[in-house]
Design a protein around this ligand. Sequence first.
Ligand code: MOS
Length: 752
Amino acid sequence: MKEMKSQTLQAQEGRNAGFGTALSRVDGAAKVTGQAKYAAEFTRPDLLFGVVYTARIAKGKIKRIDTSRALAMDGVVDVLTHENSPRVTHFDLKLKDMSAPTVGHPFRALDSDDILYPGQPIALVVAETLEIARAAARLVDVDYEWQDFETDLKRATPFVPKVPGVGERKPKSRGKAEAAFASSPVQITGDYHLMPEHHNPMELFASTVFCEDDGRLTIYDKTQGVKNSHCYICNAMGFKRAKVRVLSPFVGGAFGSALRPQYQLWLAALAAKKLERSVRVVMTRQEMFGHGYRPECYNRIQLGADDQGHLKAIINSAVTGTSSYENYTESIVSWGGMLYQCDNAKLDYQIARVDTATPCNMRAPGGATGTNMFEIAMDELAYASNVDPLELRLRNYAERHQLKDRDYTSKALRDCYQRGARKFGWEKRSPEPRSMREGHELIGWGMATGVWDAMMAPTSVRATLHADGSLEVGTATADIGPGTYTMMTQIASDATGIPVERITAKLGDSDLPFAPVEGGSATAASAGTAVQKACHALMKQVLEQANQLENSPLSGARMEDVDLVGGRIQLSENPAQGMSFSEVFTAAGLDSLEAKKFGRPRMTRKARNTHSAVFVEVRVDEEVGMARVTRVVNAVAAGRIINPKTARSQIIGGVVFGIGMALEEESLADHRIGRWMNHNLAEYHVPVNADVPDIDVIFVEEEDHEASPIGVKGVGEIGVCGTAAAIANALFHATGKRLRDLPITIDKLVTD
Ligand code: MOS
């Protein structure tokens, strides 16, 4: 079928917007007025409150757990432990949620006396009020058997991860990297390190389970995928799928931490199953450090080049942490391996077990770690070969994906470099470190490349047009903050010509058509494509209905003959000749029309990636060592931009993550007791307003309908890739000090 032409221009005549319009969030008013409700805000008079009791040791067994004092407190209903909890499925396979690692045994709370990691939940106190539950939890008494543990990645033993039936999970090497490195006139070798980072979304993890009178369960869960939580909890607890509905209409940030169902869902469902009462469990900020996080990474990078800075060899080997019970892996070394023209690359990746909860995806998992480390190495090579850092990237520019040896569907990175550099004023940079200053402040300018995947996953959307001309589009995806509601509304408006105020987007409900978890920057391409397909199919139905009417002004008209304008379907040649949707419905005797469509990625062998060029200014107070990021220009090529306003916010969010990674965020463990020590927002520093300068975002649009049918590549994660490196590189330019250990905190800047 011929692609339906964009209705954007016509749609804007009403107060509305299609592709490319900077529409404000359609859910913005609900959010700022408090009408948007989060998982812990749904309530009922008979609701019970569960408070978690976590293991006080890093690893071992529960020898004895005494809950009698807690149970004796007025208002306490039950204390669930491994000794009295309902049994759950025996099969690991049933607990493999959509984002679970392929290899390992998914964690089961309150299932045995084993303690696998510090902060593991070992009891749930359930009471009539939150306060009683919290007070009673202090009375739980446990005797432990300690076992040896290791939480320090540098003392753990790396191994190559294997997938049964597939073999070793190894990145692809090419050429003869060691020989090429040995014969390179310019060589750099660096050992890079990233501390563990925890996602710290504003909203705490929460699940509210309502037991309905008819035996059904309604679960409000903080999740990036209601279908994932629904399937997981039904499989785990043996609930009939048709009797459970999972809802997550609003999510207060997640960044990957809510891709996998977290243990509060398991505990709330377990308590509801046992007690047949409605229960809510909310984690504390401290408890949120007891699950997945961005793993620590050790990464050795060696680059060999000729005396003009042309890459001859890349040797890169990385190790990241996983848990004792699952093999969590990331792509760390592939980004440097794909990005630059280089015939010889030796790439190795290993994981090592530490006794923590299994790490999990955090904004650009692997990409944030890998690109930022590699791009610091590239800066080192620029200085070693005496080539401007931007010029070095251009000299090594690759038109093809070097790892896969394939073309890209599109790659406008060259334009990102040019436009970003111009906006930033890069040509005014003096190359020498410590050569730019103002008063007692050293000024540094650094840059880096960012790269991420452009992904898309099959998603189903139902579009329903009502007799009053209003439209509803629904899919079980999430809106964890990027503006999914808004994006769906805009694409529906674009495809139907219906003003945005007459369109309702529905998501975050497991009763809606299938959508995968919201992750991997894939949702705009995935759900967006399906919205467009469903709306196109729906408009075809409207025209068919209109065609069949007696004395129809549209008889014989085909889709390519008509325009859709403000809830009306009319001939392009003669706009006066047409009907409003309502007129069609009335004449045909219809209440509503519905179309459900699956959006799928296009088949292509080409590589699909987003790219960026990041330029950063830092100022370092020479006397106290304090570093501030004062300017950022991030030029991004991510296909077509649906909404410049919400897309810009995504890049800003990613850049803020990059500032955190470069300067602030680190989860500090005391390895003698195996526990995270800064598990609160006072001591785990996420960037705040004072740390974040004005961020200049440039979108270099790419016309690319191979990346996804709607030409969208996704912007959720590219903003963090490269940003931390550009900051580290700017710090080198400011101070002459090369720091390879992220985050670069003041102590590292001031000590020799
Ligand atoms: Mo993201 S780490 O794909 O939620």
